[in-house]
Design a binder for this molecule. Sequence first.
Ligand SMILES: NC(=O)c1ccc[n+]([C@@H]2O[C@H](COP(=O)([O-])OP(=O)(O)OC[C@H]3O[C@@H](n4cnc5c(N)ncnc54)[C@H](O)[C@@H]3O)[C@@H](O)[C@H]2O)c1
Ligand SMILES: CC(C)(O)[C@@H](O)C(=O)O
Ligand SMILES: [Mg+2]
Ligand SMILES: [Mg+2]
Length: 348
Amino acid sequence: MANIDFGGVTEEVITSEEFSLDKARDVLKNETVAVLGYGVQGPGQALNMKDNGINVIVGQREGGESWNRAVADGFVPGETLFPIEEAAKKGTLIQFLLSDAGQVATWPKIKECLNKGDALYFSHGFGVVYKDQTGIIPPENVDVILVAPKGSGRTVRTNFLAGSGINSSFAVHQDFTGRAKERTLATGIAIGSGYLFSTTFEKEVYSDLTGERGVLMGCLAGVMEAQYNVLRKHGHSPSEAFNETVEELTQSLIRLVAENGMDWMFGNCSTTAQRGALDWSPKFRDAVVPVFDDLYESVLSGKETKRVLDVNSAPDYREKLQAELDIIKNSEMWKAGAAVRALRPENR
Ligand SMILES: NC(=O)c1ccc[n+]([C@@H]2O[C@H](COP(=O)([O-])OP(=O)(O)OC[C@H]3O[C@@H](n4cnc5c(N)ncnc54)[C@H](O)[C@@H]3O)[C@@H](O)[C@H]2O)c1
Ligand SMILES: CC(C)(O)[C@@H](O)C(=O)O
Ligand SMILES: [Mg+2]
Ligand SMILES: [Mg+2]
């Protein structure tokens, strides 16, 4: 446990140096980790653990696309790949990585598969925190733990393969065995976390739902579209509008932010750009504060959860979701984006 000063506030974090992979392997040596769900997080976490020498099995609906992908990734039907309930019964540490709506639909059956002393693991506080809507109330004789990677499952895997890692938060909701925390940290390290910071199930889900609806995804998509449209309205070409809105950000400026912070990115742009950015940043900040306040309230009240469950529980939700994603893909802006990406020297 290291005490790190985050801008004047001291927090405890666990790094892969302090909690080594060897230690994680030792803590998990008698466990069968059952990864239920092979969508986005499932493959990332399962493959990293497998490569790290952990005893991993996968539970997935038989015969579908995700099942076939698990087979292609080296999981063997009847040995390390099973229907969901069978894997849940075999596992001692059960990673509930179905979609959040899928967790609600399958919970009544999964609950029956848990044995005394098992650990029930989540990568989101959703199911447990909004229990009035999800009905997910774990029995008292299991550990209930969380490791939530702060990134896409795709990056959980690609960062691992690149020799890096992803940051994750961790929490213990219920400690039945007295070993819940060490099981949590060991699993967090085994899935490839570079470091783990402490949270609660509540704080995790409130911040996660806000972040993805806000700056990370929803707000990002919204402000990009707004700027692109203004530039187009004033006669700028699609290539100019896209470059000035997206390509320069992803290929240049956001990399500088990642490297050394916002002031570093500003400092490596012209004094003209810095003057304008410093003047306009507070205007944008103040304009969106009411939207963020609405968003957080909507998360806290359970309205966002209700919407997710209502829409994503429909039998045709995948097709409808794909239709919405296709509208983005086929818009002028993102078609221009495809053309711009194809022109990158490494893609030509
Ligand atoms: N996607 C991410 O990168 C990410 C990042 C951090 C945390 N999480 C959390 O991890 C968990 C898993 O998310 P995900 O995005 O990997 O899920 P996903 O949407 O990719 O779905 C995972 C699997 O659930 C299965 N599934 C869905 N509904 C089902 C049902 N009714 N019955 C049986 N199987 C069903 C699907 O076949 C799929 O293989 C969620 O709690 C999510 O909030 C996801
Ligand atoms: C990758 C995200 C956005 O961080 C995650 O929270 C998710 O729900 O997919
Ligand atoms: Mg999320
Ligand atoms: Mg997230």
